[in-house]
Write a protein that binds this ligand. Structure first.
Ligand code: TXE
Length: 526
């Protein structure tokens, strides 16, 4: 790893390393504030033409981009693996497969989801008024993305923003800039002009400049601390933001669950992507009666995992993203030990490794008071605690500042649903774990410190448009009864309206007719 730490970094360039080997993969620009501003101006100009394109034209480009990805499948999977450390298998299963599905879904369905919508305005509709909502594109959308899913997270958001008629500036993580640039290349090959989608590589300063540039929306995925900073800066220009800020996601295992399946799910949910997923299992609560049997299965399955280079086909768990990230995991594990928890397997950096490899680690006797049960670890640890009752399980799960996802395991689906509805998290799965970011059709986002706003699904697409209400009076021949010319008669009319018109019933409204006619006669004289 010394190459990573000792290499001289120039201010205006960023070096991308393979975290498994410490070797340099390439160098990219650390984009300056001035260049961010220019990119924003170009994006704003390009928006004027892009907003007028039809859904069919946008769909054609997105579907072409899918073909480019499919044609370069191996190369793209390898690049993701090299730059992030994750196994090639996961670059395919957790990034490329779901994002290809998201692309076809929004390419085919954005027009339907964003179709102008007529609103039932009740009694006013009977007197010639009509209302509808148009979903207007916002302008330039700024996407600031992390390194843990360097393709799927930004590409999904890029596609949704483009389909909604926006132009986009994407600032990928400084740890995975080459995958970010690849997204630009894919769309360039699909025939999209550079100013409709611009990739600006850079570090946090480039991200901050994008927030300040005047973009019309920021879509951010990353840490709570950076999310708060972005929200604060965006407030100065009233730039709306969507914040996806990670989690401390609980998994609850009831005694009636299939223990073999639940144990496999826990191991995958905690260690896939080396535990660096915002919906990773970060806390596991198992019913006391089965805790011993379940934990033994988890430990056995964890010991069978192949830990190594992501480039090798049989690797289950690859390297972490960086030395910094690994240190957080080391600190949390040390704190677990110090506070009385037991390390059952793993617990240390992989011996003789060239990169940021931390062994998949199972911990028992964890308590909610411990640091590793409260702060996001974002690494390959699975701390296990026990509970006695359903109520206690819910209380333990909700005892956190975060609320991104949670999972409940039981063969009693009524109990599963009941518990799910009592957990404060944006997504709760029953007998499933972690993977729903991969369902592009469903909303993604959190409660509490996990952020606000949604990505994915209809709700995510609606974040990328401005709802515009168009109201029309088709018979502008008579004045409205509530216009000027107030009098006792007007007041009597408004009282009658309060009683009858506002009741939301046609029969009630009809009772108003004589009073209305009296008021209209009065208005005609004024
Ligand atoms: O995140 P940052 P980091 C969590 C996880 C991890 C921690 C730190 O716990 O350990 O965050 O990771 C850009 N204005 N998650 O340091 O700093 C930055 O360049 C504008 C959870 O990587 O939040 C990068 O593109 N932008 C998570 C992006 O923000 C700024 C995924 C994320 O970086 C900026 C990743 C600024 N002032 C980490 N400063 C999830 N929700 O899935 C930085 N950036």
């Amino acid at each position: 790893m010394s190459a990573v730490l000792e290499f001289p970094v120039k201010q205006n360039e960023i070096i991308s390393y393979n975290p498994a080997t410490g070797l340099e993969l390439g160098r990219v620009e650390n984009t300056s504030e001035a260049d961010v501003k220019t990119a924003f101006e170009n994006g704003s100009k390009a928006f004027q033409a892009w907003r007028k394109t039809s859904f069919a034209e946008r769909k054609k480009i997105v579907m072409k981009a899918r073909e480019v990805i499919l044609a370069e499948l191996d190369e793209i999977a390898r690049l993701i693996s090299d730059e992030s450390g994750k196994p090639i298998a996961e670059a395919l299963s957790a990034e490329i497969v779901p994002v290809l599905d998201l692309m076809q879904y929004f390419a085919r369905n954005a027009a339907k989801i964003l179709k102008p919508e007529k609103i039932n305005i009740g009694q006013l509709g009977l007197i010639g008024r009509s209302s509808k909502i148009l979903y207007q594109p916002l302008g330039v959308v700024g996407i600031i993305s992390p390194w843990n899913f360097p393709l799927a997270i930004p590409l999904g958001e890029v596609v949704m923003a483009l389909m909604a008629g926006n132009t986009v500036i994407l600032k990928p993580s400084e740890l995975t800039p080459l995958v970010g640039l690849k997204i630009g290349e894919i769309f360039e090959k699909a025939g999209l002009s550079e100013n409709v989608l611009r990739i600006l590589t850079g570090d946090g300063r480039t991200g901050a400049a994008l927030v300040d540039a005047g973009v019309n929306k920021i879509m951010f995925t990353g840490s709570v601390a950076t999310g708060k900073r972005i929200a604060e800066n965006a407030a100065k220009t009233l730039t709306p933001v969507v914040l996806e800020l990670g989690g401390k996601d609980p998994m609850i295992i009831f005694g009636d669950a299939d223990l073999e399946i639940a144990a496999s799910a826990a191991v995958w949910g905690a260690f896939t992507n080396s535990g660096q997923a915002c919906s990773s299992v970060e806390r596991l609560y198992v019913e006391e009666t089965i805790a011993e049997e379940f934990t033994a299965k988890v430990v056995e399955k964890t010991r069978r995992l192949t830990h190594g280079f992501g480039s090798e086909a049989a690797t289950d768990v690859g390297s972490m993203i960086s030395e910094n990230q690994l240190k957080t995991v080391e600190n949390h594990v040390a704190d677990f030990e110090k506070s009385g928890a037991k390390i059952l397997t793993g617990g240390k950096r992989k011996a003789d490794s060239t990169g940021a490899f931390f062994e998949p680690t199972v911990i028992s006797q964890a308590k909610n008071s411990m640091r590793g049960m409260r702060e996001e670890t974002f690494g390959p640890t699975l701390p296990i605690a026990t509970f006695k009752t359903e109520q206690e399980a819910v209380e333990l799960a909700n005892d956190t500042d975060f609320g991104l996802t949670a999972s409940v395991w039981t063969n009693d689906l009524a109990k599963g649903r009941r518990v799910a509805e009592n957990i404060l998290a944006g997504t709760v799965t029953v007998n499933e774990v972690l993977y729903t970011h991969g369902i592009g059709q469903t909303p993604w986002g959190g409660f509490k410190q996990s952020g606000y706003g949604r990505t994915h699904g209809k709700l995510g697409l609606l974040e990328l448009v401005a709802p515009q209400h168009i109201h029309v009076n088709r018979f502008p021949l008579i004045p409205n009864v509530w216009w000027f010319g107030y009098s006792q008669n007007a007041i009597d009319t408004f009282k009658a309206m309060a009683r009858h018109f506002s009741a939301g019933s046609l029969v009630q409204t009809m009772k108003l007719t004589p009073q209305m006619l009296k008021r209209l006669k009065e208005l005609r004289k004024k």
